[in-house]
Ligand binder design. Structure first.
Ligand SMILES: Nc1ncnc2c1ncn2[C@@H]1O[C@H](COP(=O)(O)OP(=O)(O)OP(=O)(O)O)[C@@H](O)[C@H]1O
Ligand SMILES: [Mg+2]
Length: 227
């Protein structure tokens, strides 16, 4: 199994109050699946993505990646694994300002210890930007790009290490409908090519491109349907 969560809970304590952001979540995700995670604000969707992508540790329960418990890895191993196997796309793009599209896309290679000045690294980054239709924007920094273009740079960045698993937290949330359509198409193509995608969205039409829809409520899974 690519990803399993077993009785995962995540609590946040603020003063005397404990918030049960995730409450006993169990779920398995196979390779090549495409999940949409839906549910009201505060229902635990982003927390779920953070825990499932190893960005945050669960308060209890276990997350397994390729049948190995994530808790078996130390922090350095986990960071390495995340960099190699997981791509993350955010609602707010999270690109580095005053940094060109090309250098933003090269960033995960830098973290992986690759020489980003090498011709092969640059060729790879250019290839990723080309596949999201931005070959002519390599030298532009985020302020010189539209929201849709910035999100495409972020997708190219998420893809450069050829991850098997892509997480997206409201990837079209800040985009106009035309740019949103571009992102939907890219995600659909990636899934057809075999990438596993787990995507949070509030939008029904975006959720409809996934093949499995999961609805969260109060930190629990309310429903889990294949479409
Ligand atoms: N770092 C944190 N510290 C304290 N509480 C948090 C933290 N992150 C999330 N929470 C709380 O956990 C609950 C779930 O939050 P989460 O961000 O996962 O919701 P969400 O479903 O993604 O909501 P939205 O649709 O608004 O993005 C909320 O009650 C939230 O206030
Ligand atoms: Mg959220």
């Amino acid at each position: 199994m690519l990803l399993s969560l077993k009785h995962v809970s995540k609590n946040y304590q603020i003063g005397e109050t404990v918030i049960h952001a995730l409450d006993d979540i169990s779920l398995t995700v196979k390779e090549k699946e495409f999940l949409a995670i839906m549910g009201p604000s505060g229902s635990g969707k982003s927390t779920f993505l953070q825990v499932a992508s190893m960005l945050a540790e669960p308060s209890s329960g276990e997350v397994l990646l390729n049948d190995v418990a994530v808790s078996a890895y130390n922090e350095v191993q986990r960071a390495h694994l995340r960099n190699k196997q997981i791509g993350f796309i955010f609602q707010s793009f999270n690109l580095l300002a005053r940094t060109t599209a090309l250098d933003n896309v090269l960033m995960p290679l830098l973290y992986a210890g690759v020489d980003t000045n090498s011709a092969s690294a640059k060729a790879k980054a250019k290839e990723m930007l080309s596949r999201v239709g931005l070959s002519d924007r390599l030298g532009n920094n985020p302020a010189q790009l539209s929201g849709g273009q910035q999100q495409r740079v972020a997708i190219a960045r998420a893809l450069i290490n050829d991850p098997s698993l892509i997480f997206a937290d409201e990837p079209t949330g800040n985009l106009d409908s035309k740019s949103g359509e571009d992102i939907k198409k890219i995600l659909q193509d990636l899934n057809r090519e075999g990438k596993t995608i787990i995507m949070v969205t509030h939008e029904e039409d975006v959720a409809a491109i996934a093949k499995r829809q999961i609805v969260f409520k109060d930190g629990k899974i309310l429903s889990d349907h294949k479409s």
